[in-house]
Ligand binder design. Structure first.
Ligand code: BGC
Length: 589
């Protein structure tokens, strides 16, 4: 494994659930031993970081975010030994591992809560937040799981008081005003760091503290505590990271980076829905606006960008009008809405449109940040809205066209969730084996595309400058880092588009398409003219003209063209020209 402390800046993260990936024990539930068997698949895909969803002992009322033991492994998934072996095996393949730190709450089945409710005198009572009068305390805090909960207070008949919870009532919030809770969580952090994991996604991190007269989100006390977590990390461990899950406006997320002394990464929640809006509106404005409103972050920090994840596509961070628009455009199925969001996977959101899938990955992979791919989305898996809650986007991974999608040898009835069987997204037609065999499949395209991205540090580390051509259906920008200058041009429209780019600052430079290595005419006196097919995009390296006294290197033509299809739609698939200067044009297989 490389020793770069800024490794997360170049990470391509893959989010997965152990239960959903591969079942090695034929009990219908995925496990660590199964996941280890599939690490070669992930290495071949090209990702270099896995984010694991919760795998701790839990009654699974909130898919494992309701933890009943912070230091264990749910027996269905394996043992601590299996977990350690998984971390070692991932590292052996240069894949880092992020796990969940669910600090905000426990399960109501956690022994702490059981003690707390059994006796008001228990030391554990103060681990949680209690009141006699729920109408008087913390009234300005919103309810998050709107479809399931009416209040953030729930009555405990055993101890005859109300306890505080921001999510399901079976997830009582921990009380961070209690120094023992603060210390215990720091020790839990160390416990997992000692297993060798590379970092944590900090679940639901804005809600740790409560104060009357506030929304009980993003409080200064929360930031102070996170800084103490970071200090523990930096003092005792090397190259480990914190990733904040703060579903907030970008100006409210900004403080989670502190002065580079809090979290290393934070999800860019406001950008995500705007990518979908820009696509449907065929207009670059939603993306440009949100990126321009995004405050700068300290140099060693990074955004985590995503299109979909294990939750509903959240619309909490858009205006009511924008939310209505998103529902109209993307939540056609009457069961698709959940809380303030839409419970669909990526492919169904895009009506399985291959060009749109590729275009959205072009945007995801080329805006500033580290991209996160949700398992199964690399092959366009579908969902099942009838499964309730968010379970429809958490179905078994589709490996083959065999029984249970090759996920498990158990009887179908024993699976933790049914596999997808509909005629469009069913495992008989969408599975990793079939797509691996088909050079033009989305999975193979993703592999090549991930490799293309990883060639350039500018994507993870570079500056961003929007070009804003007159044609606002085009989203174009320049990414620059040290010697690398990249030009990205995305067509948000379903029709062919002409465009002119002002590249005056790069007169004389040559555009070299990243995947095929095809050289385009140099930038001249006039605006640079391009045409793009429907939902097409180009990624170019901008190549500086050689200094006059230097002799130009002869341009070498590779012997074989990239035979297996070209991720850059609209670029030529013929013989690729390699450029020695830029290092592009290699076969990306
Ligand atoms: C997770 C959800 C979970 C909630 C409560 C969220 O941030 O992504 O899946 O239900 O936290 O733990």
């Amino acid at each position: 494994m490389d020793n770069d402390p800024l490794w997360y800046k170049d990470a391509v993260i893959y989010e997965l659930h152990v239960k959903a990936f591969f079942d090695s024990s034929s009990d219908g539930i995925g496990d660590f031993a199964g996941l280890i068997q599939k690490l070669d698949y992930l290495q071949d895909l090209g990702i270099n970081c896995i984010w694991l969803l919760p795998f701790y002992p839990s009654p699974l009322k909130d898919d494992g975010y309701d933890i009943s033991d912070f230091r264990g492994i749910l027996p269905d998934y394996g043992t601590m030994k299996d977990f350690r072996r998984f971390v070692r095996e991932a590292h052996r393949r240069n894949i880092r591992v992020l796990i969940e730190l669910v600090m905000n709450h426990t399960s109501d089945q956690h022994p702490w809560f059981q003690d707390a409710r059994a006796s008001k005198k228990s030391r554990k009572r103060k681990f949680y937040v209690w009141t006699d009068d729920p109408k008087k305390k913390y009234q300005d805090a919103r309810v998050i799981f709107l479809d399931a909960e009416k209040s953030n207070w729930a009555y405990d008949p055993e101890s005859k008081q109300y306890y505080w919870h921001r999510f399901y009532s079976l997830q009582p919030d921990l009380n961070y005003d209690n120094p023992i809770v603060c210390r215990t969580m720091l020790n839990i952090l160390s416990f997992w760091l000692n297993t060798g994991v590379d970092g944590f996604r900090l679940d639901a991190v804005p809600y740790l503290f409560e104060r009357d007269g506030t929304r009980c989100e993003n409080l200064p006390e929360t930031h102070a505590y996170l800084k103490s977590l970071r200090q523990r990390l930096d003092k005792r461990y090397k190259n480990r990271i914190l990733l904040a899950e703060a579903n907030q406006r970008s100006e409210d997320v900004r403080p989670y980076f502190g002065d580079g002394d809090e979290c290393h990464l934070a999800f860019h929640f406001p950008l995500m829905p705007r990518i979908f809006m820009a696509l449907r509106q065929e207009n670059n404005k939603p993306i440009i606006q949100i990126m321009e409103q995004t405050p700068g972050i300290p140099p060693d920090c990074q955004w985590a960008l995503f299109l979909r994840n294990h939750d509903e596509l959240t619309l909490e961070m858009v205006s009511p009008e924008e939310r209505e628009y998103m529902y109209q455009e993307y939540a056609e199925h009457p069961k698709a809405k959940l809380n303030l969001g839409i419970r669909h996977r990526l492919a169904p959101l895009l009506n399985n449109g291959r060009r749109q899938l590729e275009l959205l990955h072009s945007i995801l992979f080329s805006l500033p940040g580290s991209p996160v791919i949700y398992y199964g989305d690399e092959m366009g898996m579908g969902d099942n809205v009838y499964l309730g809650d968010r379970n429809g986007v958490r179905t078994p991974m589709q490996w083959t066209g065999d029984r249970n999608a090759g996920f498990s040898a158990a009887d179908a009835a024993q699976l933790y969730a049914p596999v997808i069987v509909d005629p469009v997204y069913g495992y008989q037609s969408v599975n990793a084996e079939a797509q691996s065999r088909t050079p033009t499949s989305f999975l193979n395209w993703m592999k090549r595309f991930i490799r293309a991205r990883k060639k350039f540090k500018a994507f993870g580390r570079g500056t961003l400058k929007f070009l804003e051509p007159k044609n606002n259906k085009i989203l174009a920008y320049i990414r620059q880092y040290e010697g690398e200058t990249l030009l990205i041009v995305n067509n948000l429209s379903r029709f062919v588009q002409p465009l002119e780019l002002d590249l005056a600052g790069h007169r004389g430079w040559t555009l070299v398409e990243v995947v095929g290595g095809v050289r385009f005419p140099a930038v001249g006196e006039l605006p640079y003219f391009l045409t793009l097919g429907p939902h097409a995009f180009y990624w170019f390296v901008l190549e500086k003209p050689a200094a006059p006294e230097q002799k130009k290197m002869p341009v070498k033509t590779p012997e074989k063209s990239e035979a297996k299809g070209n991720p850059g739609r609209g670029s030529k698939t013929g013989k690729a020209q390699a450029s020695r200067n830029s290092g592009v044009g290699e076969n990306t297989e």
